[in-house]
Design a protein around this ligand. Structure first.
Ligand code: NAD
Length: 328
């Protein structure tokens, strides 16, 4: 594709830097503008990345011809910001989770279809080589029929000190804000989710009314079992995914950026060599999105994947409240 894509980033907080740097680095993209309701933040990002600053999506759309935009605002604002962009004819890469509720997510998917725009969600672990390798091993049948998976994400970072992450009405809480990464990986690697049952706790000091830790069980539609445990309040960070099949296991050690496949015949294959992760995975998701917009590729994360992850998170939250299994 020869045409240069004009990009914008809406929301210039902590995570926006990954999107800004990725658009800036991509030779097929011109990072044209940024927007933030906090205009000082927008102006700081605009100065750093040589773009124009706007105080709102409306002003951005009035002032610029934009092809694609990343949504990097707090979760409770995803739906309204993505809606405004789609209505303005802009393709959207929305940070995860797609929205705060399943109802909002389903509405966005309909809108994207109606407007003929691409809507994708920032489940960037799918773009890492270690998980792509695990996916290839699974598709090649290396470990046979999947029986069980464990997805463990323990983070030292205390997002509780960062405002909306600790507030349930702002889309905060680890189940929805963070564990949707695990839900998406489970759905992608193991299968869609049929039922969940969870518990949550708060161990950090600065949460307003949302949980900072959770553990839950899943059953997939193909009969596999799953365990997801996540925390923002552990004293060390440790992140790891284990998948067990009838003929072997796959372990992705995220911190070591390494994937290992062991089979019952004694075989062992190790993948390591993941490049420095955080910036690259967002770069890769944006690079693919440019191909998708040009009609040259299919999205790796569909809008429907985004909806399902929110629906599963909602079911987990319901299970925590009702202390019962919830079917999807
Ligand atoms: N993929 C990942 O691994 C990952 C990691 C961290 C955060 N995130 C996601 O990135 C998003 C942003 O998180 P963050 O930590 O950068 O948040 P943040 O609070 O640091 O920044 C959000 C910014 O959005 C602005 N904003 C709020 N409402 C707005 C609106 N209506 N229009 C324009 N700007 C608006 C705020 O002023 C703020 O500057 C969230 O969805 C979060 O879940 C993803």
């Amino acid at each position: 594709m020869d045409e240069i894509i004009r990009a914008a980033v809406v929301g210039c907080g902590m995570f926006a830097a990954k999107h800004l740097a990725s658009y800036k680095k991509n030779p097929r993209v011109e990072l044209a503008a940024v927007a933030d309701v906090d205009i000082a933040r927008a102006e700081a990002a605009a100065a750093e990345y040589e773009a124009k600053a706007y105080p709102s999506v409306a002003d951005l759309l009035a002032g610029e011809q934009i092809d694609v935009a990343s949504v990097t605002v707090p979760v409770c604002r995803h739906a309204e910001v993505a809606q405004e962009l789609l209505e303005g004819g802009v393709h959207v890469l929305c940070e995860k989770p797609l929205t705060a509720t399943g109802k909002e997510a389903r509405r966005l998917v309909e809108l994207a279809e109606e407007k003929g725009r691409v809507l994708t969600v920032g489940y960037a672990f799918r773009f890492t080589d270690m998980f792509a390798t695990a996916k290839r091993w699974l598709e090649a049948g290396r470990i046979g029929r999947i029986m069980m998976a464990r997805l463990h994400f323990a983070h030292i970072l205390n997002k509780a000190g960062r405002g909306w992450y600790g507030e349930i009405d702002c889309g905060g809480g680890i189940v929805r804000e963070s564990s949707t990464h695990s839900i998406d990986l489970f759905r992608w690697l193991v299968g869609d989710v049929a039922a969940v049952c969870g518990q949550a706790g708060t161990f950090g000091e600065q949460m307003t009314d949302a949980e900072d830790s959770a553990a839950y069980l899943l059953r997939s539609t193909n009969g596999a079992l799953g365990v997801i445990d996540v925390s923002w309040a552990t004293p060390v960070s440790q992140n790891r995914v284990e998948i067990y099949g009838a003929d072997g296991s796959i372990v992705v050690d995220i911190d070591q950026r390494k994937a290992t496949c062991r089979t019952i015949d004694g075989g062992e294959e190790v993948f390591s060599g993941e490049p420095a992760m955080a910036a690259d995975r967002v770069y890769c998701e944006i690079d693919l999105l440019i191909d998708v917009i040009a009609g040259q590729a299919k999205p790796l994360v569909t809008a429907v994947d985004g909806v399902r992850a929110v629906e599963v998170a909602e079911a987990v939250m319901k299970s925590i409240k009702t202390k019962r299994w919830v079917q999807l």
